[in-house]
Design a protein around this ligand. Structure first.
Ligand code: BTN
Length: 216
């Protein structure tokens, strides 16, 4: 695996913003911060980032299915510490239907910044959960980050691992896209990371709301 330089910050607005600036001159580095004052989530949302969480951004060359690659890297690292998450499309990391982590991928020319946030000591919202609530022993968030970075760079079987951990496949969903809401039964996630509905429609991005299992 290539050598990855890790830059540690005590506090910043957003590790993705720092990484996007730096990636004009460099690749293969990571920015990690103890806290973020303007952490960003998907769809223009805020990512509340108090001290005690894990907030980092990986700068890499643009590759295929980056959001899925990052999701799988996080899931695998969590499984190694006996946490069993699943994935709500495209890349919400959930445990017991509560959000443990999220991923924000931003493309800058031929590079991409993959921002990962995990609630470690605190769950900042009612519908979120933290690692502290799930495991008794103290975990090193930097070891967790390193496992995620390694998985991100070496993991091969991304799509099948993603599919096997998807909680969206097999559900009736509503997908909110910038232009309209779509409803349907999710049959698969394809090799581009799109949702594939049972009737063949495909969706590349949006916000998913799980309605019910197809069997219910
Ligand atoms: C989401 O689920 O909406 C995505 C959340 C992504 C949060 C991470 S924390 C590190 C990086 N820096 C940011 O400002 N956002 C991402």
């Amino acid at each position: 695996m290539k050598k990855i330089k890790i830059y540690r910050l005590a506090k910043t607005k957003s590790t993705n913003e720092v990484a996007k600036k730096l990636c004009k001159d460099k690749t293969d580095f990571v920015i990690v911060a103890e806290e973020q004052t303007a952490g960003k989530g998907r769809m223009g949302r805020e990512w509340i980032s108090p001290k005690g969480g894990l907030y980092f951004s990986i700068c890499t060359d643009k590759k295929s299915i980056l959001p899925l690659r990052a999701s799988v890297a996080v899931v695998k690292a969590l499984e190694d510490i006996d946490v069993e998450p699943n994935l709500k499309w495209p890349n919400d990391i959930l445990v017991n239907d509560k959000k443990l982590g999220g991923i924000l991928v931003e493309v800058v020319g031929e590079k991409a910044v993959v921002g990962i946030g995990i609630n470690v000591n605190k769950s900042p919202l009612e519908y979120s959960i933290s690692l502290k609530e799930l495991i008794n022993e103290r975990i090193s968030k930097y070891n967790l980050m390193k496992r995620i970075i390694i998985n991100f760079h070496i993991f091969k079987d991304v799509l099948s691992y993603y599919r096997s951990h998807s909680s969206t496949i097999g559900k009736q969903v509503k997908i909110e896209t910038p232009t309209c809401d779509l409803f349907g039964l999710v049959e698969d996630i394809d090799e581009k990371g799109c949702i594939v509905f049972k009737d063949g429609r495909k969706v590349i991005s949006g916000d998913v709301i799980h309605l019910r299992d197809a069997t219910e």
